[in-house]
Write a protein that binds this ligand. Structure first.
Ligand SMILES: *[C@@H]1O[C@H](CO)[C@@H](O)[C@H](O)[C@H]1NC(C)=O
Ligand SMILES: *[C@@H]1O[C@H](CO)[C@@H](O)[C@H](O)[C@H]1NC(C)=O
Ligand SMILES: *[C@@H]1O[C@H](CO)[C@@H](O)[C@H](O)[C@H]1NC(C)=O
Ligand SMILES: *[C@@H]1O[C@H](CO)[C@@H](O)[C@H](O)[C@H]1NC(C)=O
Ligand SMILES: *[C@@H]1O[C@H](CO)[C@@H](O)[C@H](O)[C@H]1NC(C)=O
Ligand SMILES: *[C@@H]1O[C@H](CO)[C@@H](O)[C@H](O)[C@H]1NC(C)=O
Ligand SMILES: *[C@@H]1O[C@H](CO)[C@@H](O)[C@H](O)[C@H]1NC(C)=O
Ligand SMILES: *[C@@H]1O[C@H](CO)[C@@H](O)[C@H](O)[C@H]1NC(C)=O
Ligand SMILES: *[C@@H]1O[C@H](CO)[C@@H](O)[C@H](O)[C@H]1NC(C)=O
Ligand SMILES: *[C@@H]1O[C@H](CO)[C@@H](O)[C@H](O)[C@H]1NC(C)=O
Ligand SMILES: *[C@@H]1O[C@H](CO)[C@@H](O)[C@H](O)[C@H]1NC(C)=O
Ligand SMILES: *[C@@H]1O[C@H](CO)[C@@H](O)[C@H](O)[C@H]1NC(C)=O
Length: 353
């Protein structure tokens, strides 16, 4: 154990004394046809400090290859074309590579080449190398927060859409659209690596079954768009509860009648029927339809339908009027005599005696 420790200490001390180091991301991703940034800084051993001038060549090699794929002294001649930023004396090796395609996949290491003895490969495994990945299509992430509907049903929802910035000089754009009538605009901001668009709003029943779509447009050789949609499901208390009588119009004694209750709610409601009083019908009637098969005048009265889900209750009522069906005689007096008219009638509002 002691030996292992001393060995590690030795390597560590050597590393510090050595003074060469490089700071690179392990992996960067590019969209096929787009550009990619490799943020990079390097250190050299103090003993070579005076040898490092701005004319030093900053170069990239592909792991296993023996010719430079990028050379700051002629940035457009190698396999990788682009731009290296800052200067060598600033220890800057940040590089943008343009028009990345599949052939650029692989691991790369940095080399500094100055006058005289300062010629150094920051190659693996001692120093980290950067791996360039090439994506065929752009990825877009969308997330939703705050869908936990509380009792007041006025909860803020946050739809977030994000996509990677492959190429800061040509950032992608994100737009929102929805099946609502009004247009929706997200709040856009960007981090170093991603562009984000937040759509935050107070949710209401109007947003139930509304689809929100985020579209990312990446400017590559041709513009490429990716869409991601989300169907919002909003829970809300019963609304628009109403009762219809079927068949509509007069209800004749002995006929059957159906009272149909409907309500707009999510989740779906339970229906309970009441009559005049606060007490439910006996036996308790549930379900959207209340059917009375053999009506008689005692069925006349006001019927309430109560629609209930876990978020609330709403009721609606209707007045049922069962008309007695009678045979009756009309005796009509005229000055020429009397005649009897027999007929079937009802004692509703439409006949007056
Ligand atoms: C090399 O750089 C990395 C990242 O900046 C740092 O964590 C590490 O300590 C450095 N190593 C040496 C020997 O300076
Ligand atoms: C550094 O890389 C160059 C180019 O591949 C190669 O010629 C040279 O031998 C390498 N030097 C070391 C010390 O690995
Ligand atoms: C390297 O250059 C780039 C581009 O000019 C700059 O954004 C970055 O901050 C520089 N890095 C360092 C460590 O100076
Ligand atoms: C490199 O720097 C050292 C001093 O640190 C100096 O003696 C040497 O001449 C320099 N070499 C070149 C080629 O400039
Ligand atoms: C990458 O882009 C080039 C040029 O636009 C195209 O020919 C090639 O098929 C693309 N490759 C993939 C994997 O999308
Ligand atoms: C554009 O995106 C589609 C998928 O959204 C992908 O199949 C295609 O390869 C992309 N084109 C380029 C040039 O990247
Ligand atoms: C939207 O809501 C999320 C989550 O509450 C929050 O992190 C974000 O800052 C909000 N964005 C805006 C633009 O208000
Ligand atoms: C109630 O429902 C009817 C028919 O479905 C609809 O026309 C009306 O707009 C709704 N009213 C409200 C306040 O939602
Ligand atoms: C309720 O009655 C209506 C007609 O009034 C019918 O269309 C519907 O299917 C019935 N619903 C149930 C659950 O019986
Ligand atoms: C009404 O009549 C139908 C058949 O005509 C029957 O299925 C139903 O159970 C009856 N309802 C009641 C409450 O008697
Ligand atoms: C609705 O009815 C079902 C079955 O009868 C019952 O399990 C549920 O608790 C009821 N929900 C409400 C909100 O009353
Ligand atoms: C119907 O609603 C009214 C007002 O919201 C309430 O006063 C009444 O008690 C309700 N009736 C039933 C049967 O639930």
């Amino acid at each position: 154990l002691c030996m292992i420790f001393s060995f590690c200490l030795f390597v560590f001390v050597l590393g510090v004394l050595c003074g060469f180091n490089i700071s690179l991301p392990k992996r960067v991703e590019a969209l096929n046809g787009s550009c990619v940034f490799i943020p990079c800084t390097f250190d050299i051993d103090q003993q070579y400090k005076d040898n490092l001038t701005d004319s030093a060549k900053r170069m990239w090699f592909k792991a296993g290859g023996s010719t430079a794929v990028f050379d700051s002294s002629s940035p457009n001649t190698g396999l990788l074309k682009g731009e290296i930023f800052g200067t060598a004396t600033q220890n800057n090796c940040t590089t943008r590579i343009d028009n990345v395609d599949q052939s650029h996949r692989g691991s790369y290491y940095f080399r500094i080449e100055a006058n005289g003895k300062l010629q150094y490969n920051y190659t693996g495994p001692t120093y980290s190398q950067v791996q360039i990945g090439v994506l065929g299509e752009c990825h877009i992430a969308a997330s939703i927060e705050g869908l936990d509907i509380k009792k007041n049903l006025l909860l803020s929802v946050s739809l977030r859409c994000s996509t990677k910035i492959f190429c800061p000089s040509r950032p992608p754009s994100l737009t929102w659209s929805s099946s609502l009538i009004e247009s929706v605009t997200g709040q856009q901001y960007q981090s170093q690596t991603d562009i984000i668009s937040d759509l935050n709003f107070t949710v209401s029943h109007r947003h139930h079954r509304v689809t929100f779509t985020c579209t990312a447009t990446h400017q590559i050789q041709k513009q490429n768009t990716t869409k991601r949609s989300h169907l919002l499901s909003v829970q809300y208390a019963p609304k628009n509860t109403s009762v219809r009588i079927n068949p509509a119009g007069l209800v004749l004694e002995g006929r059957s009648v159906t009272l149909s209750c409907s309500s707009d709610a999510n989740p779906a409601v339970n229906y309970t029927w009441y009559r005049d009083t606060e007490r439910p019908l006996n036996p308790v009637q549930t379900g959207p339809n209340l059917t009375i098969n053999n009506t008689d005048p005692t069925h006349s009265g006001r019927y309430y339908c109560t629609a209930e889900n876990k978020h609330g209750t709403q009721n609606s009522s209707v007045l049922l009027y069962v008309q007695i069906q009678t045979h009756f005689c009309l005796k009509k007096e005229t000055h020429t005599g009397s005649e009897q008219v027999e007929g079937e009638g009802v004692n509703g509002n439409n006949l007056h005696f």
